[in-house]
Design a protein around this ligand. Structure first.
Ligand SMILES: NC(=O)c1ccc[n+]([C@@H]2O[C@H](COP(=O)([O-])OP(=O)(O)OC[C@H]3O[C@@H](n4cnc5c(N)ncnc54)[C@H](OP(=O)(O)O)[C@@H]3O)[C@@H](O)[C@H]2O)c1
Length: 184
């Protein structure tokens, strides 16, 4: 039974470490063209995507991508009702290896959120997590990981054995930074 060769996470967060508002709206303050390009390039190179029921990467190729859609509405694994290349997956009923086998792909899995899905894969183990930070304020939003904002996203990554390998400015004018966190 196989696992993804690589697991990569992608998120952009507010000052408080939030990925969206409390009512699950992705706020325009978090949308940045340079980050969107980086994100879509990364997801485009991946062989499959994992996301919760309220998230996906969007874009013209989203419907064609092999995808694991996490949901507790099924017991283990089931065909997606509308996307032939997607599977519904409940990790309580099927392991990642079982889901990956059922998806029948090889290579890199890109994890695109939201909160609990990012959190689940912290335990399963990212090879890289690409964390973008925007200077926007999104108080009372949904955090990138369970445990934020009591801890910062960086604290959570470090507590899961990740180290910051690189950091760069993604958008100078908008003051958006990108950090690559890698398995230590
Ligand atoms: N800023 C960013 O980088 C970023 C990234 C991703 C998403 N977002 C935004 O965040 C919002 C959605 O995030 P979200 O956290 O509310 O939703 P989400 O993770 O996309 O969806 C939550 C749903 O996914 C399922 N789920 C999540 N974890 C699961 C688990 N461990 N096992 C089984 N099912 C699981 C559940 O579906 P059921 O209810 O069917 O059981 C849950 O209700 C959207 O606005 C999106 O645009 C932003």
């Amino acid at each position: 039974m196989a696992l993804p060769r690589r697991i990569e996470g992608y998120a952009i967060v507010s000052r408080e470490g939030m990925i969206c508002t409390g009512d699950r709206v992705f706020p325009p303050e978090l949308k940045n063209d340079a980050d969107q390009r980086f994100f879509h390039d990364g997801v485009g190179r991946a062989d499959a995507v994992a996301n919760g029921r309220h998230s996906n990467e969007g874009g013209p190729h989203a419907d064609e991508r092999p995808r694991l859609v996490l949901t507790r509405r099924i017991a283990a694994l089931a065909p997606h009702p509308s996307h032939p290349r997607a599977l519904l997956w409940n990790p309580m009923g099927a392991s990642l290896a079982q889901a990956w086998d059922a998806l029948d792909v090889d290579g890199t899995l890109a994890v695109v959120g939201g909160t609990d899905v990012f959190g689940l894969f912290l335990a399963l183990g990212y090879d890289d997590f690409f964390l973008s930070r925007a200077p926007a304020r999104v108080p009372d939003g949904r955090p990138v990981f369970p445990g934020v904002p009591a801890q910062t996203p960086e604290d959570v990554l470090a507590a899961h054995g990740m180290i910051k390998r690189a950091e760069r400015v993604l958008d100078d004018r908008a003051a958006v930074m990108l950090a690559q966190w890698s398995r230590a």
